[in-house]
Every structure is written in structure tokens, then in C-alpha cells.
Design a protein around this ligand. Structure first.
Ligand SMILES: [Zn+2]
Length: 261
């Protein structure tokens, strides 16, 4: 065997080794994962964006609204979604029943609160303070499903909840949290009795308060024509405020001060 031939064989062996080697490195190995919706855990937007679209192009958020223990989803991604085996809250159906019995769907997000800033054309949210400061728990304004958990560019801890009321989808957004409740994950069903975290002043904020946005669209749902991404969400929210839509204030009477939900 001449030297040239030996070299060529050696070279092709090297290629083979490299390609097999790369595939065993997770970042280069695209694979299909079948996961249970209930156990998808997305703690950062990069991962959320990677797995928001399924293979058949339906959105996870669409499917989340029809939660059942056997719902599974096929994802093609370079990394396996993190699975956390957290059982659904025992009291979920009861809490939902109670909410229906009272015929009350929308609730205030805190037990103690004072409105420090109202929605306006330059601030599309309620700002809420509490005498209990960062001990004040933040609750969803209606039953729903966690649709995102992220930190914005300024460092604000944010969580959003997707609601569906009479066929209309709504998103509520809670910003500046000092910390999240334990065991939060995207896809987790939450009731108005399950707290999301604690009031805080993370991000672009000058004091401990909750910045609460409620708007009639489905944030991060790729099929939503207005709110599929952050820019769209903010543009749409601003437009709705200009139309005279006041978020939570459109759904229920929001007092200027309260000591109970
Ligand atoms: Zn605000």
C-alpha cells in the first residue's frame, strides 16, 4: 500500500470518529422527545423558544389548555426538556369549583394592596404596593396555566399566566418579583389560591411593588396574531389601553386600596 492510500484511509477513519463523536455530544444530537405536558419545565426563554413549537406545528400553549395525564407532546430539540415530577396540586379541582360557585372569576393579585399607579397610555399596567413589602404574596388574578417564567433585560423576575374565560384567552403578567414560589414551571395549572412568588423590586423599579398587566391575548403562543413574542405583547397591550381597555379593571372593580381578596 502506498503512502497516499494509507493517508486517505487514515483520513476517512478520522472523519468517521469525529462524526460519531459529535453525535454523542448532546448539542449536536437532534432527537425526538416525547414528554408529558405536565412535566415540561422551562426556566429560561432560550429553552422556551426552542420547544414552543411542536413537530406538527401546533403550539404547546394550545395543548396545555386541554391538560390530561395522558397528554404527551413530541418535540424535536437538541436537548431533552427538563422533567420535574411535581404532582398537580391536590386542591386544584376544589379551588376551581369554589371559584365557579362564587361566580367570581377574577381576583385581586395580593391580600393587601394599594394602587400606586393606574394604567395609562405610557404605563399599560397597575402598580400595586403593600404595607407588607416583599412579604406580600402574589396570586394569579384568575385560574390558569403558567405560560412563561423569565427575567427581562433589566433583571425583573417575571411570571405570566394564561387564562381562558368563555373561549377568550387572556394573559396576566406579574413583574419585579423578589423571588418565585417553589416548584413553578411552564405548563403548571394554577388557581387563584396558588401563590406565584413574592412582591419585590427587581429590574427597572424604584421600590417594592407589583407591576400587573392583564390583556386579552395569549402571550408566547405562536398562533396568537398579536402576542406571540414580547414586542408584539407590549405593542398589543399599549394599543388595548389606548382603546380604553384597562386590564384587570375591565374585568372587575379594582379598589384603590384593599385588605383581602
Ligand atoms: Zn409598573
Amino acid at each position: 500500500m502506498d503512502l497516499k492510500r494509507k493517508f486517505l484511509i487514515l483520513l476517512s477513519c478520522a472523519f468517521l470518529f469525529i462524526s460519531i463523536g459529535l453525535k454523542s455530544i448532546p448539542a449536536f444530537a437532534k432527537a425526538d422527545y416525547t414528554v408529558n405536558y405536565e412535566y415540561i419545565n422551562i426556566n429560561d426563554m432560550a429553552t422556551a423558544n426552542k420547544i414552543t413549537k411542536t413537530e406538527d406545528n401546533t403550539s404547546i400553549l394550545d395543548n396545555l389548555l386541554n391538560l390530561s395525564p395522558n397528554n404527551t407532546i413530541k418535540l424535536t430539540t437538541t436537548e431533552a426538556p427538563q422533567a420535574v415530577e411535581l404532582p398537580l396540586l391536590e386542591n386544584t379541582p376544589l379551588a376551581m369549583e369554589l371559584a365557579d360557585q362564587n361566580r367570581q372569576i377574577w381576583y385581586l393579585p395580593t391580600e393587601v394592596g394599594t394602587i400606586s399607579q393606574y394604567p395609562s397610555y405610557y404605563h399599560a399596567a397597575y402598580d400595586i404596593t403593600s404595607s407588607r413589602g416583599s412579604n406580600e404574596l402574589i396570586f394569579p388574578v384568575a385560574n390558569g396555566v403558567i405560560s412563561s417564567i423569565y427575567t427581562d433585560n433589566a433583571g425583573a423576575l417575571i411570571v405570566t399566566v394564561l387564562h381562558e374565560v368563555n373561549g377568550q384567552k387572556y394573559t396576566s403578567l406579574y413583574a419585579h418579583l423578589s423571588r418565585y414560589a417553589d416548584g413553578l414551571y411552564v405548563g403548571k395549572p394554577v388557581t387563584v389560591n396558588d401563590y406565584l412568588g413574592y412582591m419585590g423590586t427587581t429590574g427597572y423599579s424604584t421600590g417594592v411593588h407589583l407591576h400587573l398587566v392583564v390583556v386579552d391575548c395569549a402571550m408566547f403562543d405562536p398562533n396568537d396574531p398579536y402576542c406571540s413574542d414580547l414586542n408584539g405583547f407590549f405593542r398589543y397591550t399599549k394599543q388595548r389601553i389606548n382603546d380604553g381597555y384597562y386590564g384587570l379593571g375591565t374585568m372587575m372593580e379594582v379598589p384603590s386600596q384593599w385588605w383581602g381578596r
